[in-house]
Write a protein that binds this ligand. Sequence first.
Ligand code: NG1
Length: 393
Amino acid sequence: MQQASANRVERLVQQFEELYGAAPELMVRAPGRVNLIGEHTDYNDGYVFPAAIERDILIAASVRRDRQVRLFSSDMGVSSTFTLDAIEKVSAEGERWSNYPRAMAWALQNRGLPLRGVQAVLQGNIPPGAGLSSSAALLVASGLLLLSAAHQTLDPVELALLAQQAEREFVGVNVGIMDQFISVLGKKDHALFIDTRTLHYEPVPLPTSGVVIVIANTNKPRGLVDSAYNQRRAECEEALAYLKRFLPSIRALRDVTSEEFTRWEASLPEVPRKRARHVITENERVLQSVEALKKGDITLFGHLMNASHNSLRDDYEVSCTELDALVEAAWALPGVYGSRMTGAGFGGCAVSLVAEEALERFCQEVPQRYREATGREATILITRAAQGAERLL
Ligand code: NG1
């Protein structure tokens, strides 16, 4: 219960009682996430290193006798109802959020799990559209709720995989596994190393005092992001095809070491060469980051974050004026171990590791410098690494 404030829980219970006339029998939460390092590696079979954040989706519910799922979004003031016997996608603007719980119910039933009807109220505090995975959190929270209501359990990795399948096949967005995985398996005060090929994962402790994760939102709409994302994926495929001529056993850019790359890079045209260089060096930075954190070397970890930003800006070309402005403002301050853009790019957020004593200055100066450089307002979110999805009631 530690991660969701007592106030939020109380208000949700009250709202549930007003709507459904009795106390909820169940409550679950699932967090959003921030990727600390390992960007644009997941669709290259590579490594990522995210942490769950102290922002989440809460769902209070009780079990129904019938097969109806009645949902009320407290944030939007909108309800949506469906039956477990015929789950359909909705397209009405105000109700589209319900496609995530619908998708999850669909995926769980497809997997052969018998579900029960529920009535529920949902409330979240993950800013949408900022690259902090509010949709993964909604899927995972819905999954945990539906499982709990039906007295079913699932292996956590399987829950994450079903949430990914739900988003891919029901919602129709071709997502990787990182977001669902960290929302399920996040561990308080730890970052989670994930090998996206093997799904091997390992929680690595972050310092429990002295350092916080600061997420600064550019508040820039990510207009270009979809087309650029697909283009980058294609460029990675192109780079892979070139490298396969020299390294026939590779299956993905993840299989190429930087020594091998240095040997063959001159044979690649400039664009695929730069994209591959980012992915290959970024995978190595993730592995080095894991080692650095295990040794408690936050300074080295911070340097690797900075190098990641440079690589995303220069080789992968997914940064933008706004992200660079935030990151450069952070780099200029004492007490900032490291700072980089996070997520797909072209907007969204920058993530920094900041010494607690430098936090106040960070919160004043970074938005101010950002405003001067871009004319936009940044929003700052301070967090520690949070626990993954859990049942609270
Ligand atoms: P964001 O921008 O945080 O949603 C996207 C992808 C990730 C990953 C990163 C780049 C989705 C839902 N998320 O993250 O899987 O590829 O870009 O590292 O597509």
